[in-house]
Design a protein around this ligand. Structure first.
Ligand code: NAD
Length: 485
């Protein structure tokens, strides 16, 4: 029997007649089905969320809400192995990776925002009045209402709870639409919500696709008070058009084509290690992944050679094998897209340093969605493979001669999510960090995340910032109260 992933509406699991096959990316086999929500199910989920704003949840003390958020984190920890198995089944990623990042962060998001909400202040101003009695203004925070969370497949639990936790901390209610590729951990979280005593209707899940399916039904809904979305820039544009109808507030975490910049004075081994992780972690399917690498000319050849060794040392294995460091891509469709770029790079004149094809295993993985880790050099900066987001285990490496040149090269991009700079010259690191057009600039590190810091992109990489107080600012409405003294 395939595993079934049902919608979760008002505290109950709800079936539907239309099913979506869920495929294991390791071997291409169908292992489960999700129940695609139709308009009626989405309407019921939004209605339940709206009603829950007025019930027990709406009048709950902050202390109790925080206690429940911590219980959610504890319960995810208690059911850690189930979450781990569910995430790996949907994505094919190595257990070692999901054990280190996806599931712990899924739990941590609830703890962090339980703390954050307790430490937020609001502003207050005294003012003069004509009668000289004065007045005092102070702001209070209210929940926005019903939040639509539309999430992607690359870090399913982590990215979904990154939105759900602060939204709940602020007292909102939620309808989540997880990616059609990865319904498992969101459905499991729905069970956990019931187990710890989250009132019915506070957290709802609708499964399905985007256009003309659950994603569009949800984002178009007139009773949605805000949309928080992580995914492709083109999808963001489609959601924005729909959201305009109801002037629904948006928070967008979108695509990227992130640069990594290595100066000749960098600690060479650290830089190779950091860039290799930034290119290949999660098979390049991380929003913070690096696909454009710029290396100062004196160390260019040595750096390319070292990256080739790192790529060829990756172990493309089954998720449960401890030595596995590279999993499959998420789907056949995504594999075809990435392989399309592998072909295009050759047409565009790339030198293929390593990879460029599909690995052969001689077992069930030959039906999975694997590609070889790939490195190119020699492409023109305006070629499509250097400009467009690929979202696979691949990078292009370009030499540069000066700080000014590399800043211009890095900024010549429609995206601006993240950059990493590798140098031992701290003044240079500060200058370059400030000059790069990105929301997040790492210096001598990559993917270090303090969840209190602002996270988000500039240009086509997103709208707004989440993290710490920035999340609270998005998920709450500040209301000013002016009292005449
Ligand atoms: P996607 O845009 O294809 O899908 C994301 C979600 O949107 C899915 O749940 C999908 O069903 C839904 N969706 C699609 N069309 C929709 C529509 N018209 N209306 C409503 N919902 C719709 O993205 P993906 O392929 O799942 O994820 C990969 C992308 O996500 C990459 O571009 C990556 O850069 C980006 N991403 C960005 C961040 C960030 O923080 N900036 C983080 C992770 C991933």
């Amino acid at each position: 029997m395939p595993k079934e992933f049902k919608n979760y509406v008002n505290g109950q699991f709800v079936a539907s007649t239309k099913k979506i096959e869920i495929i294991n990316p390791v071997n291409g086999q169908v292992y489960g089905v999700s129940h695609e929500a139709d308009q009626q199910i989405v309407d019921a989920a939004v209605a339940a969320a709206k009603a829950a704003l007025k019930g027990e949840w709406g009048s709950m003390t902050l202390a109790r809400r925080r206690e429940l958020l911590c219980k959610l984190a504890d319960r995810v920890d208690e059911r850690f192995d189930e979450f781990l198995g569910a995430e790996v089944a949907d994505t094919g990623k190595p257990y070692s990776l999901a054990r280190r990042i996806d599931i712990p962060r899924g739990a941590a998001n609830f703890r962090v925002f339980a703390d954050t909400i307790a430490s937020i202040s609001t502003e207050s101003f005294q003012m003069d009045t004509p009668d000289e009695q004065g007045a005092i203004n102070y702001a209070i925070r209210k929940p926005l209402g019903v939040i639509a969370v539309v999430s992607p497949w690359n870090l399913p639990l982590l990215l979904m709870t990154w939105k759900v936790a602060p939204a709940m901390a602020c007292g909102n209610t939620i309808v989540v639409k997880p990616s059609e590729e990865t319904p498992a951990t969101t459905t499991l979280l729905a069970e956990v919500m019931g187990e710890v005593g989250i009132p019915p209707g506070v957290f709802n899940v609708v499964h399905g696709y985007g256009p003309d399916s659950a994603g569009e039904f949800l984002t178009r809904h007139k009773d949605i008070d805000a949309i928080t979305f992580t995914g492709e820039t083109t999808t963001g544009k489609a959601i924005m058009r729909v959201a305009a109808e109801n002037v629904t507030p948006l928070s967008f975490e979108l695509g990227g084509k992130n640069p990594g910049i290595v100066f000749a004075d960098a600690n060479f081994d650290d830089a190779v290690d950091g860039i290799a992780r930034a290119v290949f972690t999660n098979t390049g399917q991380v929003c913070l992944s690096t696909e454009r690498v710029y290396v100062e000319r004196p160390i260019f050849d040595k750096f390319v050679a070292a990256m080739k060794v790192r790529a060829e040392d990756l172990n493309t294995g089954f998720p449960e094998e401890t030595q596995t460091s590279l999993g499959p891509l998420i789907s056949k469709e995504h594999q075809q897209k990435v392989l399309g770029y592998y072909d295009l790079a050759v047409q565009e004149g790339a030198k293929v340093v390593t990879g460029g094809g599909v690995p052969e295993f001689g077992d069930e993985r030959d039906n999975g969605f694997y590609v070889q880790p790939t490195i190119w050099t020699g492409l023109a900066e305006d070629s499509r493979c250097v400009k467009e987001e690929i979202f696979g285990p691949v990078c292009h490496i370009t030499p540069f001669d000066s700080e000014e040149e590399v800043v211009d090269l890095a900024n010549d991009c429609v995206y601006g999510l993240m950059s990493s700079t590798w140098t031992t010259d701290l003044s240079k690191a500060h200058r370059v960090g400030a000059a790069l057009e990105c929301g997040i600039n790492y210096v001598n590190c990559w993917f270090l995340r303090d969840l209190r810091t602002p996270f988000g992109g500039v240009k086509m990489s997103g709208i707004g910032r989440e993290g710490g107080v920035h999340s609270i600012n998005f998920y709450s409405e500040l209301v000013n109260i002016c009292v005449k003294l």
